[in-house]
Design a protein around this ligand. Structure first.
Ligand SMILES: [Fe+2]
Ligand SMILES: [Fe+2]
Length: 229
């Protein structure tokens, strides 16, 4: 089992680990500006030894200045303690609800990212967009406004190997992931989350599980919006 690394844009790197036992890929993303990195998702704690050398080929952990945690769950924040142990100056961002748990568990002060708040990092602008109940109550996605990349966490996910970009239309794979796993508790909140993204300029969808997408973004949004489950 090993991480595959894809450069999504000049400044965005994707680290993808396919875990065969669960039939799911786990992606983390590193966004670089002026030699400093922002990490979106930490991955599971148990896979940190696999992730660390891949990240450090691009950016030493001492140069990671921010970590965004989309919600409180092992794949999204499990390795947070490992990163902080190496670099205590890392600033962590999460929704207020999520930061409450992270602060207690890791004994750190977590920055509460409010809905629509923009956090600057060099020339980058990372906007938190709260998406409660997708699939956890404390969830957010992150839109990087200069590369127009949406780090969509558990929205737009697909089962199977998620390395790189999709090479064909994968709308039905997304539907399968929703129906097969039942991971979304509320169609109403899911649609609300999709509505929030509707008027945003998004050029790359970067879900945490599955392939990234760089075409027909509006088509994916409208396809998912009409699903009932
Ligand atoms: Fe999740
Ligand atoms: Fe996830």
């Amino acid at each position: 089992m090993q991480y595959e690394v894809t450069q999504l844009t000049e400044s965005v790197f994707k680290f993808s680990l396919f875990v065969e036992q669960v039939g799911l890929s786990f992606n983390q993303f590193l966004v670089m500006s002026d030699g400093l990195g922002v990490l979106i998702e930490t991955g599971h704690r148990q896979y940190f030894p696999l992730l660390r050398p891949k990240i450090e080929e691009i950016c030493p952990i001492s140069n990671i200045s921010k970590i965004f945690v989309p919600h409180f769950e092992g794949d999204e924040m499990g390795a947070l303690g490992e990163f902080i142990a190496i670099n205590k100056s890392i600033q962590v961002y999460a929704t207020p609800l999520c930061s409450f748990s992270l602060g207690d568990l890791f004994d750190i002060t977590v920055n509460k990212a409010q809905d629509k708040q923009v956090i600057k990092h060099g020339k980058l602008k990372l906007r938190a967009i709260h998406v409660p109940q997708v699939h956890q109550w404390d969830a957010m996605v992150v839109l990087e406004e200069t590369t127009h990349t949406l780090f969509s966490s558990d929205m737009f996910i697909q089962l199977g190997d998620g390395n790189g970009f999709a090479e064909h239309n994968i709308k039905t794979e997304m539907e399968t992931a929703i129906r097969k796993t039942g991971y979304l508790p509320s169609v109403e909140y899911f649609r609300k989350a999709l509505l929030k993204l509707e008027n945003e300029k998004i050029e790359i969808l970067a879900p945490m599980h599955g392939r990234s997408i760089n075409e027909d973004i509006d088509g994916y949004l409208s396809f998912l919006k009409q699903l009932d489950f």
